[in-house]
Design a binder for this molecule. Structure first.
Ligand SMILES: [Zn+2]
Ligand SMILES: [Zn+2]
Length: 360
C-alpha cells in the first residue's frame, strides 16, 4: 500500500514527507494506522548517522488495520501502543526480560527485519526502517506482534505514543528495578520527559525525598508540579554540595537520565551506603570513571534498558495510572500535525518543549 512517511534522505538532513510503499503484514506482523508518535532523543541521535534513506520514529500509538495469520494478541480495530521488539526465544526473552534480548540491537537498530528485508520501499528501493520495531514517523507501520500492546479502547491515543519508549523507560526504571519503598529518598538527574516519568513514579512509590537535578530552571519548576520535593539547578550551583544539603547521608536511590559521564559520577557519589544508581540515559559510548570508594560501600550501579519492562504487562498498568490522572504526563507534551515534524524537532532541540508528539 501507498503511505506517507517522514523520510531521512541524508544523515543529519531534514525529514521529508514522501509517498512510500509499505508491504502487507507477514504472518507474525500487524499493520497499524498511526494516530500519534512521540519524538525521542534516540530518533534525533540516530538521524545523525543512520544509513539512508531511512524512516525513524519509535513511540507510536494507533489502531490495528490488519493482522498476519499467526497473530493472536490483537485484532483489527484494537487500539495499540508500540514498543521495542525482541526475538522471543533467547534466555532473557523467555524469562520475561525482553529489553535484554541478545538480539536487541540487531532487531531494533538494524534498519530491517531479522531476514534483512524491509517492509518499506521508496521508488522501488528498500528503505532502512523497522526502527525499534516500528518506524512510526509514518501514517502506517508494519510491526511485529511482539512490539504491539493492546490498550483500552476508550483511551484517547493522542498522548499515548510516548509511553512506548521514554515514559516506560523513566517509570519502569523506578517501578521495575529500583523499587523505592515508602519514605525513601531518590535523586533524579535530568528533568526531561524520561526524568519526569521517573519523578512521578518515585512520588507514586511514596518516596519522601524526590530531588530533581537539571540545568534548566523551567524544567525544574515543572518537576515540582510532578512531585519533586527538592530541585537543584546544576548550572548555578555545585550539584554534589546541593544534594548533600538535601540528604546529608546520601540518597538511597539515584537515577541518571542524561547519559553524561560527569553526571553519572555525581549520581553515584550522591548515594548513601548500599544505595542504588539506575543508569537510564544513553550517551555516546565512552569510559566512565569512579573512585574506588564510591562503589566500595555496598553501592550498586545498574544499567536499565526500556525500564526493564515487559511492555505487554507494564504499559497497560502505566496507562491505567495515566487514565486515572495519576501519571499526568500529557501536561509536558506539545502536539504538532505530522507535516510539522521539522518544527517539532526544532522546538525539542531548543528545549521549548519537553516532549513533542506528532498527530495524524
Ligand atoms: Zn526512545
Ligand atoms: Zn531475545
Amino acid at each position: 500500500m501507498r503511505i506517507t512517511a517522514a523520510v531521512l534522505e541524508t544523515a543529519g538532513g531534514p525529514f521529508v514527507l514522501r509517498d512510500v510503499d509499505l508491504e502487507e503484514p507477514r504472518a507474525d506482523e500487524v499493520l497499524v494506522r498511526v494516530v500519534s508518535t512521540g519524538i525521542c532523543g534516540t530518533d534525533l541521535e540516530f538521524a545523525g548517522f543512520f544509513p539512508t534513506p531511512a524512516v525513524l520514529g519509535h513511540e507510536g500509538a494507533g489502531i490495528v488495520e490488519r493482522v498476519g495469520s499467526r497473530v493472536t494478541s490483537v485484532s483489527p480495530g484494537d487500539h495499540v501502543a508500540m514498543s521495542f521488539t525482541s526475538c522471543g526465544a533467547c534466555p532473557a526473552c523467555l524469562t520475561g526480560s525482553p529489553a535484554y534480548c541478545r538480539d536487541f540491537d540487531a532487531l531494533n537498530f538494524g534498519g530491517h527485519r531479522a531476514d534483512g528485508s524491509s517492509a518499506l520501499s521508496l521508488d522501488g528501493a528498500p528503505v532502512n526502517a523497522h526502527f525499534l520495531g516500528q518506524s512510526s514517523f509514518a501514517t502506517h507501520v508494519v510491526a511485529p506482534e511482539r512490539a504491539v500492546v493492546r490498550v483500552g479502547a476508550s483511551l484517547d491515543l493522542t498522548h499515548v505514543g510516548p509511553f512506548g519508549c521514554g515514559l516506560q523507560t523513566g517509570a519502569g526504571g523506578v517501578f521495575n528495578v529500583l523499587r523505592p519503598g515508602p519514605g525513601s529518598s531518590i535523586a533524579v538527574f535530568g528533568a526531561g520527559a524520561v526524568g519526569v516519568a521517573a519523578i512521578i513514579a518515585a512520588s507514586l512509590s511514596g518516596c519522601s525525598v524526590v530531588a530533581a537535578v537539571d540545568v534548566n530552571p523551567a524544567k525544574l519548576e515543572a518537576a515540582r508540579s510532578y512531585g519533586a520535593t527538592h530541585t537543584v539547578d546544576s548550572s548555578a550551583a555545585d550539584p554534589a554540595a546541593a544534594l548533600r544539603e538535601i540528604a546529608p547521608h546520601g540518597f538511597e536511590f539515584t537515577v541518571d537520565t542524561t547519559g553524561r559521564q560527569e553526571v553519572l559520577r555525581t549520581a553515584v557519589e550522591a548515594l548513601a551506603p548500599l544505595g542504588r544508581c539506575g543508569v537510564i540515559g544513553v550517551g555516546p559510548s565512552q569510559d566512565i570513571s569512579l573512585d574506588w570508594r564510591s562503589v566500595l560501600n555496598g553501592r550498586t550501579v545498574t544499567g536499565i534498558i526500556a525500564g526493564s519492562s515487559l511492555p505487554q504487562v507494564f504499559l497497560p498498568r502505566l496507562l491505567d495510572l495515566y487514565a486515572a490522572g495519576r501519571f499526568p504526563v500529557e501536561r509536558m507534551m506539545t502536539t504538532y500535525p505530522f507535516e510539522r515534524i521539522g518544527d517539532a524537532i526544532a522546538d525539542l532541540r531548543a528545549g521549548t518543549t519537553a516532549k513533542a508528539v506528532l498527530t495524524f
